[in-house]
Design a protein. Sequence first.
Length: 178
Amino acid sequence: MKNPLVAVIMGSDSDIPVMEHAVRVLEKFEIPFEMTVLSAHRTPDQAAEYARGLASRGVKVLIAGAGWAAHLAGAVAAQTSIPVIGVPVDSSPLNGMDSLLSTVQMPPGVPVAAMAIGKGGAYNAGVFAVRILALLDPDLARRYDLFTAQTADDVLSGSNQKLADYMAKRTQEKGHLR
Ligand code: AIR
């Protein structure tokens, strides 16, 4: 396998169902990546060491997801100069509000690009990583434009067709009441 350009880490294997949404986007664009479970609290030394080694291995973007008091993205951002994208995982009784604040509220000087809570945020983390890599890769930029056009087409054609079907069904149902 090619050297990874993106590293995806998560605080626990219980985060896989959320974080896999980031990976699906990377797979779609055929971007080489690696995935690792590392915890800011349970394996703090290993997480720091891992983050320190990323740049010299050619990894360009780090995606970090965690739940509860989610310090993972911030902790690794303190150990590397590559861009870190944080995903607040909705695994706690607070449904990820705790993770969101722990991820987004970084002190000045150590930024984390915090995404939305949960699967949608993980998906966007993948998309954001593609946008970063596309800055220096014209072929990837071209494929990203196709992806954007496809997303628009899904709304303009796909969603509007579903809406038309729904309205037609409603009109029929109303007819039955008369
Ligand atoms: N977590 C693990 N170490 C530090 C944190 N914040 C998070 C994981 C997971 C949650 O704790 O990211 O979302 C619960 O982990 P587990 O392993 O108990 O299921």
